[in-house]
Design a protein around this ligand. Structure first.
Ligand code: NAD
Ligand code: ZN
Ligand code: ZN
Length: 336
């Protein structure tokens, strides 16, 4: 099988021929059908974050495919089942985080496409207990973006506690943001979508955004305040300055949820205003297996639309450049 491998951080990804790996006990071999390109993969390839991945590794944490081999002890999946392999590749199941519904905070977790090889390949290994079954009627190409972009934004809206009378700002309408707009609408909120390209702003409108804000020409904070201020703002733009704008657009009691992870990301928060306004700033990392099951169920019920374009895995380096240039519609999904 072919795999897209990071041999050196910051260098182009290399295509290599590899033999299929053998599943260890508790693992499965998945024959890939589709695998998304999340902006996190670009951060991984570039080594953008304080905790760096160790080459060689295969990126990809939106991998979807068919179970081809079962490791010892795997009884709840069958050969031929369609599964998705998310960022949370494994968690211990025993620590306080795992036991209280916060497996995404497990200190022992293994991350797909970062600490262990991911889905940009013809096949991959996954821990059976953390591979999500994809419901019938959801295609592999649609399931892929839901596996990270979907579950991450669904969870971010949950932690923001969004309700039907809220004004929710979605900052960044890319892979994550185009789904965030839809989950916020499903929660009944009024949605203000912020981006810096005409295509993304138009997409946001198409997906139900009530207000669109072009951050190139308008100050998002000012526009949000003209609407009374946002009850919640979800930071999905890979741009440090966008967090400050989202923060300044909040109303009293507002919640800013940080999701995007730009290199050297920081946010300066004035203590006085944060205290007096009762503002919350919350970090949110992907979502649990239960969250992902809900995301798939919503999609199977016809309540979300996944906007994507498929490209062959062999075009991975060009695809990365196109995401950075902002010229892809929402998500690129690779076919192996
Ligand atoms: P993307 O490139 O598809 O989307 C980013 C969007 O932000 C683009 O539409 C871009 O035009 C827009 N943008 C850029 N600058 C802007 C600005 N100043 N104001 C408004 N919009 C702006 O990326 P993605 O795949 O959606 O990922 C977004 C970020 O989220 C990445 O940093 C990624 O690593 C991170 N991420 C975090 C988690 C998590 O669990 N916290 C999970 C997945 C991805
Ligand atoms: Zn744990
Ligand atoms: Zn991701």
């Amino acid at each position: 099988m072919r795999a897209a491998v990071v041999r050196e951080l910051g260098a182009p990804v290399v295509l290599e021929d590899r033999v299929d790996p053998e599943p260890a006990p508790g693992q499965i071999l998945v024959r890939m059908e589709a695998s998304g390109l999340c902006h996190t993969d670009i951060h991984a390839v570039h080594g953008d974050w304080p905790v760096r991945p160790h080459p060689p590794f295969v990126p990809g944490h939106e991998g979807v495919g068919l179970v081809e081999k079962l490791g010892l002890g795997v009884t709840h999946l069958e050969i031929g089942d369609r599964v998705a392999v998310p960022w949370l590749g494994w968690a211990c199941g025993r620590c306080q985080h795992c036991l209280t519904g916060w497996e995404t905070l497990c200190l022992k977790q293994q991350n797909t496409g970062y600490g262990v090889d991911g889905g940009w390949a013809g096949s991959m290994l996954a821990w059976a207990d953390f591979a999500a079954r994809v419901p019938d009627g959801v295609t592999a190409a649609e399931a892929a973006p839901l596996t990270c972009a979907g579950v991450t934004t669904y969870k971010a809206l949950k932690v923001a506690g969004v309700g039907p009378t809220d004004l929710v700002a979605i900052s960044g309408v890319g892979g994550l943001g185009h789904l965030a707009v839809q989950y916020a609408k499903i929660a009944g909120a009024t949605v203000a979508a912020i981006d810096i390209t005409d295509e993304k702003l138009e997409l946001a409108r198409e997906l139900g955004a009530d207000i669109v804000i072009d951050a190139r020409t308008d100050d998002p904070a000012k526009v949000l305040q003209e609407h009374g201020g946002a009850d919640a703002a979800i930071g999905l733009a890979v741009d440090n300055a966008s967090f400050a704008a989202a923060y300044a657009g909040l109303r009293r009691g507002g919640r800013l949820v940080l999701v995007a992870l730009p290199a050297q990301g920081t946010i300066d928060i004035p203590v006085f205003e944060t205290v007096l306004n009762g503002t919350s700033v919350i970090g949110s990392i992907v979502g649990t297996r239960a969250d992902l099951a809900e995301v798939f169920a919503l999609h199977a019920a016809g309540r979300t639309r996944v906007i994507y374009e498929t490209r062959p895995l062999s075009t991975v380096n060009e695809a990365i450049q196109d995401v950075l240039a902002g010229t892809v519609k929402a998500r690129i999904v690779f076919t192996p």
